[in-house]
Design a protein around this ligand. Structure first.
Ligand SMILES: *Cc1c(COP(=O)(O)O)cnc(C)c1O
Length: 360
């Protein structure tokens, strides 16, 4: 059987390792950029009441029109721009790749960056080009980036703004230079928009190759799987042709609408996370051997003293706190861990353990 598998599964798929998610049962979960807050009981009751009227025997609205309207206003999508919804922004990345894929075509992004760009390029038979960020501050290395764009003529460029796992916003002037230079589409992935002070949404239309991608995952609805792509209809009408007809299920449509109608609750939560991010950053900065990077997202990238990241990761895990260990993932992430900002008591527990580790 192995031989048959090897004969038929494409070599680039066999070379991949499946996206690994660590079991977090019983742990304080600070590894996946989730909003740590649940909904107040009265809101939960109202939501369940709303779901009572959802007919699961019927297919969902294939265009999710009511939800799209709600998303337009929540995310300030310019009126003259089109909208495309996906089962998470992961599915949108896949739709984009499917729509442009052809032998020899490439997806270009920066490294360290979001791993799905590379994985989906492989799934869709595209080449992937990863251009390293600058070592000192994770900014765009413009000479290298422009050179790579010239050399590879990528069909798709993905720039996460803020970037994951580094947490920084790239300079807008650099991003605009990429938009000018790129022959194909430039997708600005704004997964962390609720925590950032800057966005490209209002620039849609100024560049005919600019698309903006958002998700409700980091906002507090990761379990729903809902992302969106905004941009000129000439592009989105084509990309819509590779979308699964009913990709946003009825429960997601109803729940996301309900949540966005009560957006003050989510806004309050994200505002708290932004405040607590600042407190967490300052506390980490004051510790010996801990070097946090400034973040515009709901996580903080931290560099430990040389050779200490794995031991700190294990110390946290053994004491009930799961974070993301990035050491070994990319040369620029040597000795790095990523902490998602949690509830104040979770952050306190994290800080106490980090402090204990430094003195232990
Ligand atoms: C988390 C993340 C996403 C994920 O989005 P889903 O909508 O949950 O699929 C997309 N882009 C970046 C950069 C992320 O960090």
């Amino acid at each position: 059987m192995e031989e048959r598998v090897a004969n038929w599964i494409r070599p680039e798929i066999r070379a991949l390792s499946a996206y690994h998610v660590q079991d977090a049962s019983g742990l304080i979960k600070l590894d996946a950029m989730e909003n740590p807050y649940t909904w107040p009981e009265d809101l939960r009751r109202e939501w369940l009441e709303r779901l009572r009227s959802v007919d699961v025997n019927r297919y969902p609205d294939p265009q999710a029109r009511d939800l799209a309207q709600e998303l337009r206003s929540a995310m300030q999508v310019p009126r003259d721009m089109a909208l495309l919804l996906g089962n998470g922004s992961d599915e949108i990345i896949q739709m984009l790749a499917l729509a442009v894929s052809a032998p020899g075509r490439s997806i270009l992004s920066v490294e360290p960056g979001f791993v799905m760009y590379r994985m989906i390029a492989a799934w869709c038979g595209m080449d992937y080009v990863g251009v390293p960020l600058r070592e000192d501050d994770f900014s765009l290395d413009m000479p290298a980036l422009l050179q790579a764009i010239r050399a590879h003529q990528p069909a798709l460029v993905f720039l996460a703004f803020p970037n994951n796992p580094t947490g920084n916003l790239f300079a807008e002037a650099d991003m605009l230079a990429v938009l000018e230079a790129a022959p194909g589409l430039v997708v600005v992935d704004e997964a962390y928009a609720p925590f950032a002070d800057s966005s490209f949404m209002s620039r849609l239309g100024q560049y005919d190759n600019l698309l903006v991608m958002r998700t409700v995952s980091k906002l507090g609805l990761a379990g729903l799987r809902l992302g969106l792509l905004a941009g000129p209809s000439a592009w989105l009408e084509e990309i819509d042709k590779v979308r699964m007809p009913y990709n946003i299920n009825v429960l997601t449509q109803a729940t996301a609408r309900f949540a966005l109608e009560h957006h003050q609750v989510l806004d309050g939560q994200t505002a708290a996370i932004r405040r607590d991010r600042q407190a967490l950053f300052e506390a980490l900065q004051s510790m010996d051997g801990m070097f946090p990077y400034p973040s515009q997202a709901n996580f903080i990238l931290v560099r430990t003293a040389s050779g200490r990241a794995q031991a700190l990761f294990e110390h946290l895990l053994h004491n009930g706190v799961l974070v993301k260990n990035l050491h070994g993932g990319h040369p620029l992430l040597e000795d790095c861990l990523r902490f998602t900002v949690g509830k104040p008591e979770e952050n306190r527990q994290l800080l106490k353990l980090v402090e204990g580790f430094a003195h232990g």
